[in-house]
Design a binder for this molecule. Structure first.
Ligand code: FE2
Ligand code: FE2
Length: 288
């Protein structure tokens, strides 16, 4: 991948522009209850970025000026992603109060533990930054894929426009994390630590927030339950496999398979409804 231009990123970084979103049209078309759950969940994750920043910005990772400059802008952009999604819900008449305290207090023990390990290791070895950067690359690319899947599936055109803008930002963030991970994983020790940490501790972003596991399973079934969804997750795996030492990575595809089986078992009616929506979506694509 081409070298990431940090100067350009910092100079151009800004809050997502909502001036061309047609809120009246968004309100007129409305959203489904599933979309509401997924958008709320995505907003929670975005607003939560500041907590991830705390876990990542420590020790050796914090001593790199490129990383700290990027992160200052990154957390700003992600915060505005959360605010944009909250604004969307407010504009269509389903407002959500500021849930930061609720989200923070619902942070799972596992997320707390992983965060503590992350902060502790950050002082012990410079290789931890390779783990942080690889972790970030996985999550940013998954976020971009999720927003694009929502844009593809929703009937609400202003929503599709909004989340496509967010996906564009997530792709930029991914490019930074990937280029940093690529450099840092040249070192044997970094590759070993990265493989161990990701295989042992990585979970899809959002699992540890409130009802994250259930919301994530619903989002996976709704947005990635069809063949195209399978390919989208496989594409994230394949992108990460291109990093040094990450050829083994298949965690998104594995997660998808497990989540779909579990969701079909625990929510059979919703699962069946999503598969019906897949068939309608496929028929519409053929007709178009
Ligand atoms: Fe975001
Ligand atoms: Fe992002």
């Amino acid at each position: 991948m081409a070298e990431f231009d940090i100067e350009r990123f910092v100079t151009l970084s800004k809050a997502v522009d909502l001036s061309d979103i047609d809120w009246a049209e968004a309100r007129r078309v409305g959203i489904t209850d599933d979309e509401y759950t997924v958008i709320r969940f995505m907003a929670d994750i975005e607003i939560h970025t500041i907590i991830y920043l705390r876990d990542v910005l420590a020790g050796h990772t914090a001593s790199n000026p490129e990383v700290t400059q990027f992160m200052a802008c990154w957390v700003y952009e992600e915060t505005f992603h959360g605010r944009a999604l909250d604004r969307f819900l407010t504009e269509i008449g389903r407002p959500e109060p500021n849930r930061f305290h609720e989200i923070e207090s619902n942070y799972s023990w596992r997320e707390e533990f992983t965060g503590m390990l992350s902060r502790g290791f950050a002082f012990l070895t410079p290789h931890i930054s390779a783990v942080h950067m690889c972790w970030g690359a996985i999550n940013e690319l998954t976020a971009a894929a999720s927003y694009l899947a929502l844009a593809r599936r929703t009937r609400n055109a202003p929503l599709a426009k909004l989340v496509t803008k967010l996906a564009r930002d997530e792709r930029k963030h991914y490019a930074f994390y990937f280029s940093q991970a690529e450099k840092r994983l040249e070192a044997w020790g970094a590759r070993r630590l990265c493989e161990f940490s990701i295989a042992r501790f990585w979970e899809p972003v959002g699992v540890g927030i409130g009802d994250g596991a259930a919301n994530l399973a619903l989002a996976t079934s709704m947005l990635f339950g069809d063949e195209q969804g399978r390919q989208e997750f496989a594409a994230v795996d394949q992108a990460i496999q291109r990093l040094p030492g990450m050829g083994w990575f298949k965690m998104l595809s594995n997660y998808r398979e497990r989540a779909l089986v579990e969701f079909a078992r625990s929510n059979p009616a919703d699962f069946a409804r999503h598969r019906e929506a897949d068939r309608e979506f496929a028929a519409k694509k053929v007709a178009a």
